[in-house]
Design a protein around this ligand. Structure first.
Ligand code: NZQ
Ligand code: ZN
Length: 379
């Protein structure tokens, strides 16, 4: 086992009506609130009203910043930070999925340190402090509600990149599975795929961490059992709860203790695809994971087969990859670029992007030849 530090300061409230405590919690940090959300799903499903009732109950002075897009942009973060500074806000309330919560985390750093958000994302600025972020999660997928990570894209520098800081854990996160009933089928499936991918990134990391491996096995099995059920019955509270909690556990540290780090090469590939074609995050992963595994199967056959044994009862690396693809297909996720209408004519564009950004894993290092092969395998 590797040395590790376990740290997770987020207070997580899970279950029906947990947002009834939102006002009280926000009030602990002040009254000037920057309310951040996306393109309007929360206005259609009633979540906006529930949040406003809570904020009004503490007489909050609310500044709203909405319109954050899926695969969020640094320009929106900059704008939100300017608005936040102008209104001297005390606390950010982020209501949405990963895109909104990630944007809020970086906005908070940008306001507190009076720094350009991209300078933070690129490690040019070293933030020392932050302002509190309270998250109300509406989509089970990224784990951002209980971790210190954010992923943002920048069209000026041609990239989507991640940033991790202990300052970025939300102070509190509110997870009411009922708030996810309205998530459409495709994004529900992408969320299931994302949480499986987070577990696998840890699984292919560095270090012999058997307990974390067993936690991964449990999380992925939970997703594979309840994922198809929630897709059939999107309004089933138990199924939504199981997927929501599995998504949090997949990326709140629990799958990584005892390892140096996860690999994260597949996410790097995924971010390149999202950047180029605005492909939803989870969909990039169900295309990239099989390709990455096919590239690695001659290098780490035992590790892949061990995963297959735990998940599917097979001892073959090839079968493991096939069965994983079969699962992704069964929940209507793409497993090839052609499934999302990206044809061979884009091969050069994708390869160039991967070579330019030098996509890589932390553990399983990729050569330029590997990068080209992965693109071929995704076609
Ligand atoms: O724009 P809104 O109205 O919010 O609609 C969103 C969006 O269209 C919609 N949605 C969310 N909750 C809903 C809902 N629609 C109906 N009912 C609801 N309850 O779903 C769409 C997708 O939302 P988004 O926030 O983009 O999805 P997700 O949560 O999957 O987040 C994806 C982003 O998170 C990053 C990804 O790269 C991507 O940018 N990630 C963040 C991570 C982290 N911070 O730890 C790790 C992940 O690996 C990932 O990279
Ligand atoms: Zn992810």
């Amino acid at each position: 086992m590797e040395n590790f530090t376990a740290y997770n300061p987020t207070k997580l409230h899970f279950g029906k009506n947990v947002t009834d405590k939102l006002g009280e919690t926000v009030g602990e940090y002040g009254k000037r609130v920057l309310l951040m959300y996306g393109k309007g799903s929360i206005q259609k499903n009633g979540v906006y009203e529930r949040v406003m009732q809570q904020l009004n109950s503490i007489n909050a002075e609310i500044t709203e910043f909405s319109g954050i897009k899926s695969n969020p942009l640094v320009d929106d973060v900059s704008e939100a930070a300017q608005l936040g500074k102008l209104n001297h806000i005390d606390v950010i309330v982020a209501v949405g999925g990963g895109s909104v919560i990630d944007s809020a985390k970086v906005t908070a750093l940008s306001i507190a340190n009076n720094t350009d958000p991209w300078a933070i994302m690129t490690f040019k600025a070293k933030p020392k402090t932050t302002i509190p972020v309270i998250a109300v999660l509406t989509l089970a997928a990224t784990g951002t509600e209980m971790n210190g990570a954010a992923v943002i894209q920048n069209h000026k520098t041609d990239e989507k990149r991640g940033y991790v800081s202990p300052l970025m854990y939300p102070k509190s996160s509110f997870l009411d599975p009922e708030f996810t009933y309205s998530v459409p089928k495709d994004y529900t499936a992408y969320g299931i795929a994302d949480l499986i991918a987070h577990s696998l990134e840890a699984y292919f990391g560095e270090g012999d961490a058997t307990l974390s491996d067993r936690i991964i096995e449990a999380v992925v099995k939970e997703a594979m059992e309840y994922g198809p059920l929630v897709l059939k019955e999107p309004g089933n509270y138990e199924y939504r709860s199981k997927i929501m909690w599995a998504a949090t556990v997949a990326l709140n540290g629990s799958t990584n203790h005892g390892r140096k780090y996860g690999d994260w090469g597949v996410h790097d590939i995924g971010h390149n695809l999202s950047y180029l074609y605005d492909t939803p995050h989870g969909a990039t992963l169900t295309i990239a994971y099989p390709a990455w595994l096919k590239l690695q199967k001659g290098r780490i056959p035992e590790r892949i087969a061990k995963l297959g044994n735990q998940l599917f009862g097979t001892n073959s690396a090839d079968d493991t990859i096939l069965l994983l693809e079969k699962f992704f297909k069964s929940i209507d996720c793409p497993i090839k670029l052609s499934d999302i209408n990206i044809g061979k004519e884009k091969k050069k564009e994708i390869t160039d992007q991967m070579l330019q950004t030098q996509i890589n894993g932390m553990v399983h290092k990729l050569t330029n030849e590997d990068r080209e092969k992965i693109v071929e395998l995704m076609m």
